[in-house]
Design a protein around this ligand. Structure first.
Ligand SMILES: Cc1ncc(COP(=O)(O)O)c(C=O)c1O
Length: 328
């Protein structure tokens, strides 16, 4: 498959939201990266990571990629590998999201499930398996989303130029959810390079260690980090918002009910962060955010009242939607 016409294969629509927030006088723009072919912004990241490996000669045509991932990057790497005739091995642990694994398999990825070691350190076990696969398969490479400059490079060269063109280069504040911080750093590099005064807001989870956060339980994938990745050393946002999981759920449900956009937890966190920040904004401000991924993989968690009640402790009247009960 290759792209035809003038639009890049990653070009996603940017929409102006009209019902999400009650406050008036502020314009809100959302870039719909949930429409990427693998369902998230990581489609751009996977493309850029693989291109850089091919261009540097580290990855040969028809070669093998090994990565420890069970989420959005895994689905995107699986799709990009299928398109390019590369082999992709996803090293996952026993907690991996079943639907993500099914999607990777559908694209032809090989899934290696690593059992939990006696000391419980799943991350260390996955890393060890990646190293073993690399040494067993000469020529195989790993994409290193946590440190590769090609990760922010994806957003410097595609996400931001598209977004700024859609809003006529006029944006007062940009909200970006953070995990590897690749998206944030790429946006930051673009704003600096183009001397834009847009304030950059990092949206992180309570329980994430990014930006001096305290480590704690995080139930939703895609947002926050348990260890500080190499790329995060470059991250320099103007504001950091740290969001509780129940607020992510409320943000997601509000976006679905009021704008018809079914998004994942990190985008719900952004909606909550915008609500925190708007009292500080002057009338006429223009703000933007990325809809990082689709809500479909979150139907059994974020959008399931019983799951929310049991896991986040929010008492709901029977038959009352969380949106009606808690959101004003
Ligand atoms: C669901 C989700 N949230 C947040 C992000 C931002 O992640 P990162 O900081 O790794 O770029 C992504 C990136 O694609 C994502 O898919």
């Amino acid at each position: 498959m290759y792209s035809v016409g003038t639009l890049s294969p990653f070009a996603s629509p940017t929409v102006k939201l009209q019902h999400l927030f009650e406050f008036s006088g502020i314009e809100v723009f959302a870039k719909l990266d949930l429409l990427q072919l693998s369902g998230s912004t990581k489609e751009r990241t996977a493309h850029s990571l693989i291109e850089s490996l091919l261009n540097s000669g580290m990855l040969a045509p028809g070669g093998m990629i090994v990565e420890s991932t069970s989420g959005n990057l895994g689905m995107a790497l699986a799709r990009q590998s299928a398109v390019r005739g590369l082999r992709f091995v996803a090293v996952v642990d026993e907690n991996a999201n079943r639907s993500a694994l099914e999607i990777m398999s559908a694209y032809g990825a090989v899934i290696e499930v690593v059992s939990t070691p006696a000391d419980g350190n799943k991350l260390a076990a996955r890393r060890q398996r990646v190293q073993q696969l690399l040494s067993d398969n000469p020529g195989a490479v790993t994409t290193n989303q946590y440190g590769s400059p090609a990760n922010p490079g994806a957003h410097f060269t595609s996400t931001m130029p598209e977004f700024m063109e859609a809003v006529n280069g006029d944006l007062d504040m940009l909200f970006v959810a953070t995990s590897t911080t690749g998206t944030l750093v790429g946006c930051q590099q673009y704003l600096h390079r183009h001397h834009q005064e847009t304030k950059l807001v990092a949206v992180d989870a309570v329980g994430s260690v990014l930006f001096d956060g305290e480590s704690g339980l995080r139930r939703f994938p895609g947002l926050g980090a348990g260890i500080v990745p190499e790329l995060a050393l470059q991250a320099d946002p103007d504001v950091v918002c740290r969001i509780e999981e129940i607020e992510m759920v409320r943000g997601c449900r509000k976006l679905a009910a009021r704008e018809g956009i079914l998004a994942g937890a990190s985008t719900g966190a952004i909606v909550a962060a915008i609500e925190e920040q708007t009292p500080h904004l002057k009338a006429g401000s223009r703000i933007g955010f990325l809809v990082h991924d689709s809500g479909v993989p979150y139907l059994n968690t974020v959008y399931n009242d019983q799951w929310v009640r049991e896991n986040l402790g929010t008492a709901l009247e029977p038959g009352v939607a969380l949106e009606d009960n808690n959101v004003t």
